[in-house]
Write a protein that binds this ligand. Sequence first.
Ligand code: AMP
Length: 314
Amino acid sequence: MSILVVGSVAFDTVETPHGKVENVLAGAATYFALAASYFTKVRIVGVVGEDFGAEQEAIFLNRGIDISGIERAPGRSFHWKGEYTGSMNEARTLDTQLNVFAEFEPKIPAQYQDSEYLFLANIDPRLQLRVRQQMPKVKMVCGDTMNYWIADHAAPLAEVLKELDVLLINDGEARMLAGVHNLVKAAEAIIAMGPKSLVIKHGEHGATAFFGENSFTGAHKLSRPFRAPTLPLAELVDPTGAGDSFAGGFYGYIASQPELTPAVFRRALFYGGVMGSFACERFGTDRTARLTRSEIEERFEIFKEISHLEHQPA
Ligand code: AMP
């Protein structure tokens, strides 16, 4: 099983109350690919500039990620600059430079054509659509977006939403996309826009999944909303990439399973939370790039434990 991901491969400059890093390897597709690589094979489509060298390549190759679909272009890679203050639940974007992504025309390499799972990570919805159109036979399509695209690129984003089995966004973005504050109403409105299911991430408070009528096929019944936890962290150093790492754990686990059932979806949300929590413990990709499967399983067990309630006799 392989996941093909298209999204930003970037350099970030990030400041949090714990310090500052400049020009570290980051980007939505990067965090996603690293997290998903613990569960399944991952291939990336994207573009980088002349600032992307052997040091950055090694971070992907050490995790067995196929980067032959990352194009090299003259100029600088995508750069994002942001900061987190207070509860650190939301980033404040200080600067976004699309650079080589501004002129990018995605081409899917022949050896990627048999990918069964497609992830449209955060990037211009026009690029997400062009990749989707080149992969008509995929089994499942999931995607992400952010306020930057919701605010000013509504028309192409509406087309992307119609293509999605699952949309993963945070609660602020869900409210913005739906134009409604109440999250249940926002979820209904978003599902009416196209995605079969919706995962709303609540930062350090977990995630809630909402299911439309066509979320599952076959004998599986429509599920009620499902809430998965995250682990309260003593060391919340840098939340950048938590959302993409969540998506990587979630989708990587789904791709590793023979069938998408409600039970698989729920476990996938737990794995998403696990990968998101690791991402926050260090700046950049430092933690997500150097995990072991046993560390992941250990934390998965903690997630199960902290959210388990026994039925006790009165
Ligand atoms: P998150 O998982 O939501 O924290 O995503 C963080 C990553 O998104 C950062 O590493 C940024 O490089 C990347 N990013 C920020 N703004 C954008 C944007 N407008 N389009 C695509 N990627 C972005």
